[in-house]
Write a protein that binds this ligand. Sequence first.
Ligand SMILES: [Fe+2]
Length: 234
Amino acid sequence: MIDIHAHILPGVDDGPKHWSETLQLCQIASEVGISTMVATPHFIPGAYTRGVREGARLLKELEKGLEEEDIDLEVFLAAEIEPFPEMIQWIEGDRLPLYPSRKHILIEAPMFSLPPWLEELLGDITASGLIPILAHPERSPMASTSLPGELVSTGGEIQLDAGSLLGFWGREAQKWAWKMVNNGWVSYVASDSHRAGIRDPRLLERARKALVKEVGENLARDLTEGNPLKVITP
Ligand SMILES: [Fe+2]
């Protein structure tokens, strides 16, 4: 599997605090059959910015740690970006990290409110030639709006959290997650790992099994391997 959304860099957001936990998360990932992980530290202007400022250096350190600990995992760097009004100018100025494809950008679905400018921003991003991947809309108030469906019909993509499919985020998020899968709107399922033992890569393994059972082997593979491969391929 290829996990395109994970908070594994230490001390940059609400993910692991220390290298020991980072490596533990990577070890778990490797054990459950994840070959590749994209570190996606939060980028929230005024709150979390270190993951973007220091991400490249931390990724190098991580690669060294994986080699030393003999953990078989390939890692890349992107970011989970909280939408903000000037975002399109930042994208045009090449100030925000994209996925290795250089075509995809991960945008956090707002968890508590829906900014009135969000739909326009997503349209502007698509118009700029990028593909916005909306992270976990099933956990957002937007789940009950027309926004997820419209995003997909206008060239955007949706990433669900593995935990949502399993009920980790409650029945409501679980209901929306499966509805989006069954509507054919979902391109990716990712672990959104934060902490070993609580929110870790095992969620993705369990979600994959649930997907195989509910929607079949082929779609389960597309959502956790085939589509993610396009995001990490330049
Ligand atoms: Fe996240």
